[in-house]
Design a binder for this molecule. Structure first.
Ligand code: ATP
Ligand code: MG
Length: 549
């Protein structure tokens, strides 16, 4: 696609190969296993894997698991599943925690070189001493400890002698640097916590800024692609590579992260939605997680096409969710069988249709892809139509059913509304209609025209189905007023559950099967709510879009 073929990162890689700065390309996708992947991660996955692939390089999946307090094996497993589902195979599968010993040794090297020290200041004091953008920082009173003392203390930190927060290891760089990241950043902290990979072997853990460059260098990553908020950390990244005397010299390149309208996109916030039960798990179809999108009915093809189209830039922008929807419509257009489903049923009796008679009507499975063939739909005396396709007292220009009006039943006949049946409360419970046998669909009837075509399902053969219709989970993420959080913007109507009917040939659906319901949109068979006698369809996306590429 055009956008991605001209992305600036590709140009850097190309030049690095041409100038022989590198003779190979290795990228990595480095998630922290502290949550499920979301569509923002997909952007990074597509970028890293496709870039390496283009230059016959390799891409590693590496878990940046340096914070045991927040990480879990459940997340590791879900991340692997999601990357595979998106269609990518990693070359190496690594864990930052596999490198803890080497990281420790590199930290010892820094201490020996007089470039790191153990600090006893509290977290709060360290923050105070750090200064601000306009004020320089202040040096810690522990900064001038000797290398011997630091080596001894660091070893005792490792052996568990001190409690959480009692000491940290800091780089000795420059407390007056205009770049706050260089004001003696913390390299190691104490956390007596069980790690999902290393168990209780360690009670000191490296900080991201120290660990990440070492991880990249160990794996001989050539291009370490990350999001823009790490731009200010690049000097520190290079400092670590240089001062830790790493052989390999990876290059950090930043790009703008993906934001979507009406979507929160941080694992921390998504976790809050899960923990506080705003949604039914990480894979709730309203979530922007890969697992949520999958359960909603998005396809890997659609997500990849979207990621290519949004491209890669040096700025962070917000992309309209309608664009993501556009790509799933495009992908399903030719793949998804057409069918009819009634989400809010109203019974219609066709009074002049012979009792006991059933005829099978032919319908194309996908008019846009005739190769998919023909399906057969039963038609008989009683059918369901959509409640919204009838009005007793319609406004002007209402072309669907109302007393005395005639409409076309898709794939069947014209019917005319003769009588409205109500219950004792005055609610419409049934319509009596007549049909005209001359008007059968496909017979070329031209006698008269009707303006409305509605869908229906034969009552005697209908399969009951649940429909889950979705609206954006977040109403508005632009205008978080003071004193409110994103939780105040959660849409109370993001899920509507309806019970209706689908065509009988839908009895044998499989989890994740996708259909286009005539006039409604694309739906996915929910894998979590499928039993022998209960089908749930998730609305993937409605048919109409205002979005233009
Ligand atoms: P979050 O803030 O949502 O937790 P993160 O950046 O902390 O995201 P990581 O697990 O560290 O999540 O991310 C793994 C990779 O995915 C990183 O390289 C990160 O830059 C990238 N990434 C995360 N979010 C986005 C996004 N919205 N757009 C593009 N890339 C992203
Ligand atoms: Mg993170």
């Amino acid at each position: 696609m055009e956008h991605s073929s001209s992305n600036f990162i590709r140009n850097i890689v190309k030049e690095d190969l041409e100038t022989r700065k590198h003779d190979h390309v290795i990228t990595r996708f480095p998630p922290e296993p502290n949550g499920y992947l979301h569509i923002g991660h997909a952007k990074s996955i597509v970028l890293n894997f496709e870039l390496a692939d283009e230059f016959k390089g390799k891409t590693n999946l590496r878990f940046d698991d340096t914070n045991p307090l927040k990480e879990d094996i459940e997340y590791v497993n879900s991340i692997k599943e999601d990357v595979k589902w998106l269609g990518f195979d990693w070359d190496g599968l690594f864990f930052a925690s596999d490198y803890f010993e080497e990281m420790y040794n590199r930290a010892v090297l820094l201490i020996k070189k007089g470039l790191a020290y153990v600090d006893d200041l509290t977290a709060e004091e360290i923050r105070e001493y750090r200064g601000t953008l306009t004020a320089p920082g202040k040096e810690s009173p522990y900064r001038e400890r000797s290398a011997e003392e630091n080596l001894d203390l660091f070893e005792r930190m490792r052996s568990g002698e001190f409690g959480d927060g009692e000491k940290v290891l800091r780089a000795k760089i420059d407390m007056s640097s205009p770049n706050i990241n260089l004001r003696d950043p913390i390299l190691y902290r104490i956390a007596h916590a069980t790690h999902h990979n290393t168990g209780d072997k360690w009670c000191i853990y490296p900080m991201y800024a120290f660990a990440h460059p070492i991880e990249d260098a160990i794996e001989d990553v050539t291009h370490s692609i990350c999001t823009l908020e790490f731009e200010d950390q690049r000097p520190l990244y290079n400092w670590v590579i240089e001062q830790c005397e790493m052989e390999s010299k990876p290059q950090q390149i930043e790009f703008g992260r993906l934001n979507l309208t009406n979507t929160v996109m941080s694992k921390r916030k998504l976790k809050q939605l899960v923990d506080e039960e705003y949604v039914d798990g990480w894979d709730d179809p309203r979530m922007p997680t890969i697992s949520g999108l999958r359960r909603r009915g998005y396809t890997p093809e659609a997500i990849r096409a979207f990621c290519r189209e949004i491209g890669v830039a040096k700025t962070t922008g917000t992309v309209d969710t309608a664009m993501l929807e556009h790509f799933v419509r495009e992908d399903l257009k030719l793949k998804a069988p057409r069918t009819m489903g009634v989400v809010k049923p109203l019974k219609v009796v066709i009074t002049n249709y012979p009792e006991g008679q059933v005829e099978m009507l032919d319908a194309e499975i996908n008019p846009e892809n005739p190769e998919m063939g023909i399906r057969q739909i039963p038609f008989s005396r009683e059918i369901y139509i959509e409640q919204d396709d009838f009005m007793e007292n319609p406004p002007k220009k209402y072309f669907r059913l109302f007393p005395g009006n005639e409409v076309r039943l898709k794939h069947a006949y014209f019917i005319k509304c003769e009588e409205v049946i109500k219950d004792e409360n005055g609610n419409v419970i049934e319509l009596h209609c007549t049909y005209d046998p001359e008007t059968k669909s496909g017979t070329g009837f031209t006698g008269r025209k009707v303006k409305g075509t509605i869908h229906w399902v034969d009552a005697a053969h209908a399969v009951p189905a649940e429909f889950r219709l979705y609206e954006p989970l977040i109403l508005d993420n632009e205008n978080e007023e003071e004193g409110t959080t994103f939780l105040d913007h959660v849409n109370p109507n993001s899920l509507e559950i309806l019970h209706g009917f689908v065509e009988p040939n839908m009895k044998e659906v499989n989890p994740q099967d996708k259909f286009q319901f005539f006039r409604h949109g694309y739906f996915n068979v929910d894998p979590k709510h499928l039993t022998k006698d209960h089908i749930t369809f998730n609305l993937i996306v409605s048919l109409k879009s205002s979005f233009k590429l």
